[in-house]
Structure formats: C-alpha cells, structure tokens
Design a protein around this ligand. Structure first.
Ligand code: OSB
Ligand code: MG
Length: 370
C-alpha cells in the first residue's frame, strides 16, 4: 500500500460536563482528526490525543498540527508500506511527538484492517472481545456532586471508579467516598503529578483506604522518586505520564517505581508500541489498562481495539460516548453493557462509521497534505 494523502481536520466540541484535573479544567475540546488515504481510495482514521495546552505532556493541538503537516505526514506520504507495523519505523528519526505520530500510525492500521476486511482489534491480535470498563471522574465543586457522579456511574454498571486527586481534594474526599460507597467498590486516585516526596506521610495514611492504586502521584518525568514512594506504601503505584515507551516501562518495573501501568495509545506512539508494552507486561504479570484523553469516538474506537490485547487485564478509562458528548462523531455511539463492558465491534477497521456531516459541522480548519 502507498499513502497518497493525509487530511488534517480540527474539530471543536464542547464536553457534556467540564473535566478537572490537578492541572486545570477543560470545558471544550479541540481535536485534530487524521484521515489517511491509499492509492486505491481506501481511507483510515486516527485522532491526535493531546490536550489544547501542553499541561498533561509537551504535545498540544496547535503544535501537533504543524508537526504532522510539515514533518510527519511528509515522512510517510508516497512510501511503499508493506504493513501498518512499518509506519513507526518511517518516523523513527523524528524525536518525541508520540501523540502526533500515533494519529498517523493508528489511521494506517484502520486503513489496513479495512483493506483486509477485518475488525482492527482482530488485526492487532486482540484476544478479549469484551473489554472491562471504568470511569475517570474529575475534581468537582463539592463532595455532593462527586457522590452524585459516582452513584450515576455505578448504576450504569462501570466496574471501577477513578477519582482525580490533588492537595485540596484527597484524604478527606477519599474517606467520605469510602464511607458512603463502602470498601467493596473498586476505587483509585489519579494525582496527575500533584505531589512530591514531602507527601510520603500523607500517602502512608491513605493506605488504609485500600485503593486499587495511586496513579502518577509524583512528577511527570520521574521514576526514581516513585520507586522511593512505592517502597514506603502498600497501595500499588500506577504510572501514566512517566511511561512513553517499552524501555520506560522496563526501567520503571525494574526499579520498582510502579506495579501497574496505564497505557495510552497516543502517549506511547500508536498500536505497535502499545502491543510491545502489552506483551512485555503480560509476560511479567504486570497488569496494564487503557487510559483515556477525553477522546472523540475515533480515538475511543482505537482505544477499544487496543484494550482487547492480552495484557489489558484491569478496567480502563474507556467509557460511553454520552459521558463526553451530546452527539459523537461516530455511529453507533459507544455504549456499555449493564455489567460495565464494551463489546469490540465486528465491522472492519475501527468498527464504527464516521459521521462526515457531524465532523463538517464541527470543523474549524482542515488541510490536505499530498
Ligand atoms: O491522567 O488519565 C489522565 C484526561 C485528560 C488528561 C489526563 C487524564 C485524563 C483522564 C480522563 O483521566 C480519561 C477519560 O475519561 O478519557
Ligand atoms: Mg492519569
């Protein structure tokens, strides 16, 4: 196959409810979609999963746009691509920018699966047709609002609840959630790097809440201090921001910086890299799960496909379209079963139809690179 063109489409879509983490509030998403086409007119879709500002990591919407337009798309256009698994190699000389790379790489996987007329998840070698789902609940204005959200999600069937934590929203909040919902619900806290080693005593005190894990408590670029914290506490540490690659995962596991990894498809650079991490962690019995970046249906569909890989043994942040959007850009919208799972689709490629009209209505800019 030869990639003939890459289309970039930026859409703007308001979230149903704002999402707050330790680094700020998001009310509206600016998302870049990628559409790659081959010489026969076949096409595949991808999504850049970065935020609107470089707060979660260094990548952000405006920067990803020029990086793909000027550097990444030209590196793959016109190349003879024998397999989607070769796309990563074509971009190897370009450092970083993994979310931008993943938006192209995952689109080629979709295209290839469509050309072969197989569902993407099967094409990737996925084994679990039904994936287990949790939700990520942002920091709220009040504990009552948090209770209400947790209640709604538990009633919907989600298997685990992740709440965002930060220095003003941690010990007391978790205590109250445990008191209200009991010790049986699977509960975890994601700090998005809001703490330092000065907080070891606090984390030790929070051990008694028996959380499934603390996600990324310390700096986004650290593994050394996380290893120190993990030696001091019983609750498993899960790394998110710190893990960009298989070598990062290998080192973090080796030094004891984490016992669990949150794999985000964009953050690690696409399906090939996610699969390598999945294989590595599965062989070492390190549980992994699929993280989310408030994706549109296209990114979400790719997350579902990734979550079917054998290493993904814990509930991920992969949840229904309606938690984020009044109307998603794919059809049908992503829904969960009453026991909190998503069934991987049987249709070819990402397995959902892309709603071109909806995308056109949301588009703020687009360009085609040939
Ligand atoms: O740390 O997992 C995170 C959203 C944006 C940036 C970082 C994170 C998140 C989430 C939301 O937790 C996951 C989702 O529901 O998509
Ligand atoms: Mg996280």
């Amino acid at each position: 196959m030869q990639i003939k063109s890459v289309e970039l489409i930026e859409i703007k879509m308001p979230l149903v409810h704002f999402f707050e983490t330790s680094f700020g509030r998001t009310y509206e998403r600016r998302i870049i979609l990628t559409r790659v086409a081959d010489e026969n007119g076949g096409a595949g879709w991808g999504e850049v999963t970065c935020g609107e500002t470089p707060s979660y990591n260094e990548e952000w919407t405006d920067a990803a746009w020029v990086t793909i337009e000027k550097i990444l798309a030209p590196a793959i256009i016109g190349m003879e691509i024998t397999s989607a698994s070769r796309v990563w190699g074509l971009m190897k000389k370009i450092r970083g920018n993994r979310m931008a790379k993943a938006a192209l790489e995952t689109a080629v996987w979709d295209l290839e699966a469509k050309n072969l007329d197989v569902p993407l998840w099967k094409h990737l070698g996925g084994v679990n047709k039904e994936i287990i789902c949790g939700v990520s609940i942002g920091i709220q204005d009040s504990v009552e609002q948090l209770f209400e959200k947790i209640e709604t999600e538990l009633n919907a069937g989600y298997q685990r609840i992740k709440i965002k934590i930060a220095p003003h929203w941690d010990y007391e909040i978790i205590k109250q959630v445990r008191k209200k919902f009991g010790s049986k619900i699977l509960l975890m806290g994601d700090a998005n790097s809001a703490y330092t080693l000065d907080d070891i005593a606090l984390f030790k005190r929070m051990d008694k809440f028996k959380l499934m894990m603390f996600e990324q408590p310390l700096a986004h670029d650290d593994i050394f201090d996380h290893a120190k914290l993990q030696r001091e506490i019983a609750t498993p540490i899960c790394l998110d921001e710190s893990i960009h690659s298989l070598p990062d995962a290998r080192k973090a596991i080796k030094i004891g910086a984490c016992k669990i990894i949150n794999v985000k498809l964009g953050r690690v650079g696409g399906h090939k890299q996610a699969k390598r991490i999945s294989n590595y962690c599965h062989a070492r019995k390190i549980p992994i799960w699929c993280g989310g970046m408030l994706e549109s249906g296209i990114g979400r569909a790719h997350n579902i496909a990734m979550s079917t890989l054998k290493g993904f043994t814990l509930p991920g942040d992969v949840s229904a379209s309606k938690r984020y959007w009044h109307e998603d850009i794919i059809e049908p919208a992503i829904e969960i079963t009453e026991h909190g799972t998503i069934i991987a689709p049987e249709k070819a490629g990402i397995g959902f139809d892309v709603k071109r009209n909806r995308i056109d209505n949301l588009t703020v800019r687009k360009t085609a690179i040939k």
